[in-house]
Design a protein around this ligand. Structure first.
Ligand code: NDP
Ligand code: X2W
Length: 349
């Protein structure tokens, strides 16, 4: 058994994480902290029968945790990563604070200086399927963003095979409203969101562009694409991300070759669901599971390939991938604590 501490337990990702961890066979919850709601039971905030008392972060001893999850806004996580490491915990940061390797790039995209730039070099970007070796040794794991997870998993087989050299990738992504977090915002109100579909940060301005491009380069090595054009949209559902991704047709490959490449790359992956020819990934394929569903749609007459990818932003896009990374880091079965819901959902769809 390992002991887990969760900072920011009252937010959407923190609560999601606790619900999965509570049924993890190798984890016991050491503490869960809150800011405004410290001292309350979790059940005072959410409809849950989990018996968890929320504590102020000042009242817990970080050394009680073997693994410390940071479910805090970016900016706030930096200080706690260092403190967690000093206390001897493996730190898994769900925020964006340790995803970018370069402090100047962080400052430019997040409009604030990084207060612990020395940690950026050692943090491992936790896109689990592509980083297992580094994750096994990691002290600090930067859990990927939700949009980047949906996009990177969908194009990684092509990047890894050097098939997107110099290409511009276009990703049109739609997210459920929980992606914006639990703190009240005008744009997340029911009346603003309901029966609407709203593009935002269109073009080259969303902060995830920096993260995605960093990882496109890492995955492609010497055959890097030119970059990404990324358009996020707010969808009137609670959870789920669907990315429709456009890439130039990989020269020299037939449609069968392409499918074989994806099938081989992801053959042994418990959480990647490559849909059969003719099927299209939808939110229902992945919501409330740790899966990423991918469907391939060749458009040969235009030399284009369209890839559709879906995840649950709170699971594979946050808490689930964090647990998957923990499982790799601590040598557990990667599926531990993550399968029951996935199975139930697969039977439903
Ligand atoms: N929502 C999503 O789909 C995803 C989110 N993420 C990232 O994960 C992190 C958490 O997201 P999410 O759960 O949605 O956020 P929420 O806004 O829902 O929750 C944030 C949590 O952090 C606490 N908090 C806020 N400010 C501070 C602070 N300065 N110091 C200490 N605690 C603080 C909040 O407590 P209080 O309410 O008392 O302020 C709350 O518990 C963010 O960095 C987010 O960007 C990553 C992937 C997906
Ligand atoms: C719908 C919505 O608002 N989504 C958020 C991204 C989700 C997220 O939390 O991103 P990080 O993990 O990088 O912090 C946004 O567009 O900013």
């Amino acid at each position: 058994m390992i002991r887990a501490g969760v900072l920011g337990a009252t937010g959407y990702t923190g609560f999601e994480l606790l619900q999965w961890l509570a049924y993890h066979p190798h984890v016991e919850i050491a503490f869960a902290t809150a800011r405004s709601d410290a001292g309350k039971p979790l059940s005072a905030l959410y409809p849950t029968d989990l018996d968890i008392q929320l504590q102020a972060v000042e009242d817990v001893s970080l050394s009680d945790a073997d693994v410390l999850f940071l479910c805090l806004p970016h900016g706030a996580a930096q200080e706690w990563a260092q403190r967690g490491l000093d206390a001897g915990a493996v730190v898994i940061d769900l925020s964006a604070d340790h995803r970018l390797h370069d402090a100047d790039v962080y400052a430019r995209w997040y409009n604030q200086p990084h207060t612990a730039p020395h940690l950026l070099a050692e943090a491992v970007y936790g896109l689990t399927e592509w980083r297992r070796e580094a994750l096994r040794q990691a002290r600090l794991i930067a859990n990927p963003g939700c949009y980047p997870t949906s996009i990177l998993l969908a194009v990684a087989p092509l990047l890894n095979a050097g098939l997107l050299d110099g290409a511009t990738i276009i990703a049109d992504s739609k997210s459920g409203v929980s992606g914006a977090g639990r703190s009240p915002k005008l744009g997340s109100l029911f009346v603003e969101v309901n029966e609407n579909l709203k593009p935002y940060n269109i073009g080259h301005v969303h902060r995830h562009v920096a993260e995605i491009e960093q990882e496109l380069h890492a995955l492609a090595g010497d055959h890097a694409p030119r970059g990404i054009v990324f358009s996020p949209h707010l969808l009137p559902v609670s959870r789920g991300i669907l990315s429709t991704i456009y890439v130039p047709w990989p020269q020299g490959l037939s449609a069968d070759d392409l499918r074989a490449l994806y099938a081989e790359t992801y053959a042994d992956e418990p959480f990647i669901w490559l849909l059969p020819e003719g099927a299209t990934a939808t939110l229902a394929h992945t919501v409330r599971t740790n899966r990423c569903a991918i469907s391939l749609h060749p458009v040969p007459e235009r030399d284009q390939l369209i890839i559709v990818s879906t995840i649950d932003n709170l699971v594979k896009g946050a808490a689930g991938q964090a647990i998957q990374n923990m499982n790799v880091r601590f040598g557990f079965d990667e599926r531990a604590g993550l399968m029951p819901v996935a199975r139930a959902r697969v039977q439903e769809v």
